[in-house]
Design a binder for this molecule. Structure first.
Ligand code: NAD
Length: 252
């Protein structure tokens, strides 16, 4: 066994691809999520737990179970929600708070409860999922972009704070990922802008040098690399897996 990994929001989407990649790399895989059906559908040899990343009681229970199983080597603090697509003056405070809570409080709580387990071991790797929105901004997605910038601030700080304990901390910034979540974003944005879904898709894709969306396994491969000894001196880094965003705001 290479080690033990926890992937939050690991039952579907990018998190599930990460969990599958760590499984293939020989890790003991733990996933947490809030979707019971998705949790029930993960491979039987994974440890699947219901835990909302923004709820400290649930996160504490999750980490108690991991502690009882003898610790943690890799944390993928991956959970995040898209939040509202709206002009800033139309964003409801509760929608703002929910978005920031899942994207930022979720990373904070995962890091908070993983840290004691890794300090005991004197080693570990945190991989926080931010977004290209956390590097460039994202018009009409203010709470999401603000939270993803804050995830990078959290990552930089923890990399400094935990380096002396042998713990590395990095952030991955995915670009637009093929899949159901991005389909929802495309549909909402098309409606807001009076465009078709395909026009919005082409706008996103044309904002990257590679001219395309990324796939979940592209993110997962980077996570496995960052967790590995091959990256033993890589910490405090923001790594975009986005096909190189050359225009973060293509005027669609
Ligand atoms: P997704 O919407 O497909 O959701 C994946 C899982 O998250 C689901 O199983 C869902 O049940 C779970 N989840 C939602 N809220 C949760 C909570 N409070 N606690 C625990 N689990 C919860 O998301 P995704 O596309 O796989 O995105 C994963 C990460 O990648 C997120 O942080 C997201 O912001 C980031 N990201 C995604 C994209 C993209 O285009 N999909 C782009 C950039 C960054």
């Amino acid at each position: 066994m290479t080690g033990r990994v926890l992937v939050t929001a690991g039952a579907s989407g990018v998190g599930r691809a990460m969990a599958e990649a760590f499984d293939r790399a020989g890790y003991d895989v733990w996933v947490s999520d809030i979707d019971p059906a998705a949790l029930a559908a993960v491979p039987g040899h994974w440890h699947a737990h219901h835990a909302d990343v923004s709820d400290e009681t649930q996160m504490r229970a999750l980490f108690d179970a991991i502690r009882a199983a003898d610790g943690l080597d890799v944390l993928c603090a991956n959970a995040g929600i898209a939040g509202p697509t709206d002009a800033i003056e139309d964003i409801d405070l509760n929608a703002w708070r929910t978005c920031v809570s899942v994207n930022l409080d979720g990373a904070f709580l995962a890091a908070k409860h993983a840290t004691p387990l890794m300090k005991v071991a004197g080693s570990g790797s945190f991989i926080l999922t931010s977004s290209t929105a956390g590097q460039h901004g994202y018009p009409f997605r203010a709470p999401y972009a603000a939270a993803k910038w804050a995830v990078i601030g959290l990552m930089k700080t923890l990399a400094m704070e935990l380096g002396p304990h042998g713990i590395r901390v990095n952030a991955i910034c995915p670009g637009a990922v093929e899949g159901p979540r991005m389909e929802g974003v495309l549909t909402r944005e098309a409606a807001a802008k009076g465009m078709t879904r395909d026009q919005v898709y082409r706008g996103y894709a044309s904002g990257t040098a590679m001219g395309r969306f990324v796939e979940a396994h592209d993110i997962a491969n980077m996570a496995v690399f960052l967790a590995s000894d091959a990256a033993r001196l890589v910490s405090g880094q923001v790594i975009a897996v986005d096909g190189f965003t050359v225009n973060p705001d293509p005027k669609l």
